[in-house]
Design a protein around this ligand. Structure first.
Ligand code: NAD
Length: 284
């Protein structure tokens, strides 16, 4: 048999994908990307209005999508949405463990004066717990349930294994003072958890990788940079390539990891950060 052609390796038509945190930002970009590339997609989120609206918009564009409410901190909800996805689409080939948020340390919202400097010695435990619950435990729940249904793929869909893509952050690698401390700890945990999951699931043909974005313009931090042009301009100046990213820029990487184009990639933590990991912008 001859080798597959390069562009054919990106073909995911007929496959199905489930995305958590798909009502907005990076998760919505993943869902759009999967649908544009021909996959059937379940968009899930805690934002009922948002996820219903975006699924309706994608449906009107002719894509085969469905939506469901799912709080990733609740294992039973995560388990149900995967089961419903499999019942609707005959299996699950691709899963994005994306839902996450930054509970902040006071920098995000100037009106949030509780802990303006994000000091560890007064950091509220409830904030810590909330961040870990969503950003770390939520990823565990999603990967756990994705692995459970993907292990059955061979019998159900005739295709072995699957691809799990986790949204990590550049904050898993670098100390980024602007995000909350639990966020950095959670994302670093996500990175290492991903490496073990990739190792363990390789035997089942399930690949697990993480995308580690730098600053993207989304609704994270209550849409702080969207609402505040001065904050956006300040962020742009911090990035070596000179600007924050727009969410469409993550789509090609998502498709690479989700499709057979990434067939030899597993356990990778791929930075897409405009060079932020390299250090602060050098004055000319
Ligand atoms: P966003 O706020 O635009 O989207 C996040 C989505 O997750 C929202 O629709 C929200 O309703 C949903 N969500 C929040 N808590 C949830 C829960 N418990 N269960 C299910 N859904 C939940 O933000 P975004 O920037 O698109 O964030 C997506 C991912 O990207 C997150 O994991 C975030 O940590 C990561 N990330 C973002 C950036 C950035 O600069 N935007 C950088 C690095 C990493």
């Amino acid at each position: 048999m001859s080798d597959p052609r390069t562009l054919d390796q990106f073909d995911i038509s007929g496959r199905s994908a489930l995305v958590t945190g798909a009502a907005s930002g990076i998760g919505l970009a993943y869902a759009e990307c999967m649908a544009e590339a021909g996959a059937k997609v379940t968009l899930t989120d805690i934002d009922v209005e948002g996820v219903a609206r975006e699924a309706k918009r994608l449906k009107e564009l002719g894509h085969d999508v469905r939506w469901a409410v799912c709080d990733v901190t609740d294992i039973l909800e995560v388990s149900s949405v995967f089961d419903e996805h499999v019942a609707a689409y005959g299996g699950c080939d691709i899963a994005f463990a994306n839902a996450g948020l930054d509970v902040g340390n006071g920098f995000w919202s100037p009106e949030d004066k509780r802990n303006p400097a994000g000091q560890i010695d007064v950091y509220e435990k409830a904030r810590w717990d909330r961040s870990i619950d969503i950003n770390l435990t939520g990823v565990f729940h999603t990967v756990r349930e994705a692995a459970r249904v993907m292990k059955r793929n061979e019998g159900r869909t005739g295709r072995r294994g699957g691809s799990i893509v986790i949204t990590s952050s550049n904050a898993a690698e670098v100390n980024e003072a602007i995000v909350g401390v639990p966020y950095m700890a959670a994302k670093a945990g996500v990175k290492h958890f991903m490496r073990h999951a990739a190792y363990e699931l390789a035997a089942y043909g399930i690949r697990v990788n993480a995308i580690a974005p730098g600053p993207f313009v989304t609704n994270i931090g209550d849409g702080w940079v969207k609402k505040n042009p001065a904050a956006k301009a300040a962020w742009d100046k911090l990035v070596p390539v000179g600007r924050m990213a727009e969410t469409y820029q993550i789509k090609p990487l998502a498709l690479l990891l989700a499709s057979d184009a990434g067939s030899y990639m597993t356990g990778a933590h791929v930075m897409i950060d405009g060079g932020m990991q390299l250090g602060p912008v050098k004055p000319l």
